[in-house]
Design a protein around this ligand. Structure first.
Ligand SMILES: Nc1ncnc2c1ncn2[C@@H]1O[C@H](COP(=O)(O)OP(=O)(O)OP(=O)(O)O)[C@@H](O)[C@H]1O
Ligand SMILES: [Zn+2]
Ligand SMILES: [Zn+2]
Length: 803
């Protein structure tokens, strides 16, 4: 007797074995189940979610031990064949559980609790058995089909598009619907209704109107308007069978405003050359990776738009990634004005329901372009023609939880699958990317000039030590103050940028130097002015600002450092007439806040846009002629080998906001270390000299891109236990990896204690180590089987963004 066996990856990522388990497929589901469907299966004492990753007829599991699938959750697979392959690759490439790799590809609505309903499509005829289930309703529940053992029939109905299946998410809203009216397609029904209402003039009027619109669908409102009747007349006619109410699905619209359409611009020669290279790769169907290195304002976005245009003409699909889309509403708008309804968006600012709707639009082929943040790289397209990563150097493209993937690597994998090109775009590419382009692994395309041949802005460095010597204790240098005053007089706009990476306002005792720390983490607490509280940004701990120093009881304890609110207050003191608009985490909490702020600024209703990291990128406003960087150094002194690179990138990006159109731009960078090369070279805004300099230093200290690094982090509540296991990790690595590999550690992590757990790490530096993945997999297996029980937490990151 033959069985159908499903191989299922189960949702238990604490189990130490990461492999598919075999389950019997109950007879009635034989022709229903497919690869990529979600199922419920018994695992130990409970039922868990699982994904079908294989179907076969034989198993090594003895028949009396073989359990059956409890429930099937999808008629149509939610994961494609491609995704199942991609998950296997991710599992190996990032060393994660396969279940984590499968889950990350789905919108969270499909990971939550939901119910399935079956909806009858308009005007479709059901076979008898199914009619019994639906009765007079438009909808039936999945369970009803299941109970009647009619799943194969259901599958057939879905295939013939007679019914559709919808997942109604229980907790987080569901498919949104509105009530519509469908006029019958059958003229006789209308005639019969007319006979019945021979004395009702209005009803007859409506029925005559309906004769002109057989089979069409309108909103009740529209019908009443057009036919000039009231809703009660419409209801009476519906009662007589001339039309019926139907529920029509609407997609939630994450776009808050209308945009006007734009046309492709006439490209510059440089843009033309770049576009030509990309479209050639498309025509030849080669998985070629292009690095589009273009100075700020050089028109990279126009190249993306026209490349996508070509993809659409070929009937294919495109993925456009941006670092964090809620920060760049301008980008979405440019895509919508070019491609209209063909565009879906995916980013963290959307609700669970909105994300699910956007995902379904992609899956159902209703859109051809997705503009989104990191996770949009998993958009369920099946005919991809181009993938773009804008600002490819940004660290948000790397996910910091399992699966610890980099969107660039996933993009390259998918491009190989679809044989299509990729564009990595940036004014300041990641060192790794530029090195690969120089070696010919990527194809370098350069835009050396701004699109309209405007000059890059002039950059001044203001030495804040000098200012202090001359008695200026404020946060604004004289140069900056004068520059702001000049702009206010000329009615031009400016951007003031407060570099807050690794920087915060803290409370310090001026007598003994104590900085108030979080009791759970080795990190200073951040001062919040509005609530007069100190907060830990890592664990959420908070307390009131102390009146006296907890160490020496001095009352000379006060906060230090600069927040955007403080800057705003200072600005108003200096320039009471200035209209300042602030963009930071506090002013952008509510949905749509970014758009509102940028719209106000774009419409010229503010003079100064003051903000943090989130204003550094993507802004394109004609009237900005001054960019001020209040504190260039704050990101320079972090214990991270990429600190100089990040600082240079940030300064170049933010400078690029000035003088993008007719008016020339000026940039003033304030710093306490003007001699640092990252700051000196940001002055000329020339990427290659910086690249050469930084590469030299990386080579000297054996850092990427010359070496690869892998980071193993480990924590425990007890410091001795944490140290002991960290030591075991280091010993084990030394015993199993070749002596070509440098193992640094164990050392304490840069934050030595977090949420009351002590943290250690080991760093692996290597050039070629074929054994690395298997060795790390064995280490993880050991950890999952034994160490977890001791309360150890361990993570392995093959491409850490900070170390
Ligand atoms: N070929 C062109 N002709 C006319 N204007 C153009 C052309 N290409 C781009 N522009 C305009 O130049 C400005 C800068 O272009 P865009 O924003 O695409 O540059 P970018 O390289 O993406 O900039 P950044 O990296 O600084 O964000 C935009 O206002 C854009 O409309
Ligand atoms: Zn003190
Ligand atoms: Zn804390």
């Amino acid at each position: 007797m033959s069985f159908l066996i499903a191989e299922v990856i189960v949702d238990v990522s604490t189990y130490h074995v990461d492999r598919p388990f075999d389950y019997r497929v109950p007879g009635e589901w034989m022709n229903v189940i497919e690869l990529g469907c979600r199922v419920k299966v018994p695992f130990g004492p409970r039922n868990v979610l699982g994904f079908v990753v294989g179907l076969k007829e034989e198993t090594d599991v003895p028949l009396n031990k073989l359990k059956a699938i409890t429930q099937i959750l999808d008629m149509e697979p939610v994961l494609t064949e491609e995704m199942l392959q991609m998950a296997k690759w991710l599992k190996n490439d990032t060393i994660c559980y396969e279940i984590d790799a499968l889950q990350v590809m789905l919108p969270s609505a499909l990971r939550a609790k939901y119910e399935k309903t079956i909806k009858l499509q308009q005007g479709q005829q059901l076979p008898l058995e199914a009619q019994d289930i639906f009765g007079k309703r438009q909808r039936a529940s999945f369970k009803e089909f299941e109970r009647a053992s009619l799943l194969p029939l259901l599958k057939q109905l879905v295939a013939e598009n007679i019914v559709t299946i919808e997942n109604v998410v229980k907790q987080q809203g569901n498919v949104k619907e509105i009530r519509m009216v469908q006029i019958t397609a059958d003229q006789q029904l209308i005639e019969r209704a007319s006979e019945q209402s021979s004395r009702a003039v209005k009803q007859r009027l409506l029925l005559q109107w309906m004769c002109q619109h057989l089979g069409e669908v309108f909103s009740p409102h529209q019908i009443c308007d057009e036919a000039g009747v009231s809703i009660s007349v419409l209801e009476a006619v519906i009662d007589k069978g001339a039309a019926q109410f139907i529920q029509e699905e609407v997609f939630r619209d994450p776009f808050t405003k209308e945009v006007s359409r734009t046309q492709a611009l006439q490209l510059t020669d440089e843009q033309q050359v770049a576009l030509q290279a990309i479209t050639t790769a498309m025509d030849q169907q080669i998985a070629q990776t292009f690095l589009l290195h273009g100075v700020t304002g050089s028109g990279k976005t126009e190249v993306y738009l026209q490349a996508i245009q070509k993809v659409l003409e070929e009937g294919k699909e495109a993925i456009m990634l941006v670092p964090e889309i809620s920060l760049t509403p301008q980008m979405t708008e440019r895509f919508r004005s070019r491609f209209g309804e063909m565009v879906a968006v995916m980013h963290s600012g959307l609700s669970v329901g909105e994300k699910y709707d956007e995902w379904r639009k992609i899956q159902q082929g209703k859109v051809k372009v997705v503009v989104g943040a990191r996770s949009a790289i998993f958009a369920p397209f099946t005919n991809i023609g181009l993938i773009i990563l804008d600002e490819e150097h940004e660290s948000t493209y790397k996910q910091e939880d399992s699966p610890r993937y980099h969107a660039r690597d996933v993009a390259i994998w998918r491009s190989e699958y679809y044989k299509c090109p990729i564009i990595l775009g940036s004014a300041t590419p990641a060192l790794e990317s530029f090195a690969r382009a120089k070696k010919g692994v990527y194809t370098l395309l350069s835009l050396k000039h701004r699109a309209l041949h405007q000059a890059l802005p002039t950059v001044f460095i203001a030495d804040m030590r000098e200012e202090l010597r001359q008695g200026n204790r404020s946060m604004f240098s004289q140069t900056l103050i004068e520059a702001i005053r000049a702009r206010l007089e000329k009615n031009e706009q400016m951007v003031l940028f407060l570099n807050r990476r690794g920087y915060s306002s803290f409370v310090l005792c001026r007598d003994c130097g104590t900085v108030v720390q979080c009791p759970n983490c080795d990190i200073s607490l951040t001062y919040h002015r509005t609530t007069e509280k100190l907060k830990c940004h890592y664990c959420g701990y908070e307390e009131h600002v102390p009146q006296i120093c907890p160490q020496c009881q001095s009352d000379h304890i006060r906060y230090f450092g600069t927040g955007t609110q403080k800057v705003e207050e200072e600005l108003y003191k200096l320039f009471p007439e200035a209209r300042v608009i602030r963009m930071d985490v506090d002013t952008t909490k509510h949905k749509g806040a970014h758009e509102e702020i940028l719209e106000t600024f774009g419409a010229g209703r503010a003079d100064i846009l003051l903000g943090t990291q989130m204003i550094a990128k993507g802004l394109d406003f004609p009237n900005i002629t001054l960019v001020g960087v209040l504190s260039a150094d704050t990101s320079l002194h972090l214990p991270d080998y990429r600190a100089a690179e990040r600082t240079f990138q940030l300064l170049t990006q933010v400078s690029g906001r000035a003088g993008r159109h007719d008016k020339p731009g000026e940039v003033i960078i304030q710093t306490y270390t003007p001699e640092h090369y990252a700051i000196e070279l940001a002055k000329t805004q020339d990427y290659e000299p910086f690249y050469e300099r930084e590469m030299f230093l990386r080579r000297r200290s054996n850092y990427p891109p010359y070496y690869f690094v892998a980071l193993i982090q480990l924590s425990h509540e007890d410091v001795m236990t944490a140290a002991e296991y960290a030591g075991r990790v280091a010993d084990w690595l030394r015993g199993n990896l070749s002596n070509q590999v440098a193992i640094i550690g164990p050392t304490t992590a840069s934050i030595a204690r977090l949420q009351n757990r002590y943290r250690y790490q080991c760093l692996i530096k290597y050039k070629i180590e074929p054994n690395l993945i298997p060795v790390l997999q064995r280490l993880l297996a050991m950890y999952r089987a034994e160490w977890v029980k001791q309360g150890i937490l361990m993570t392995v990151d093959l491409d850490p963004s900070t170390i």
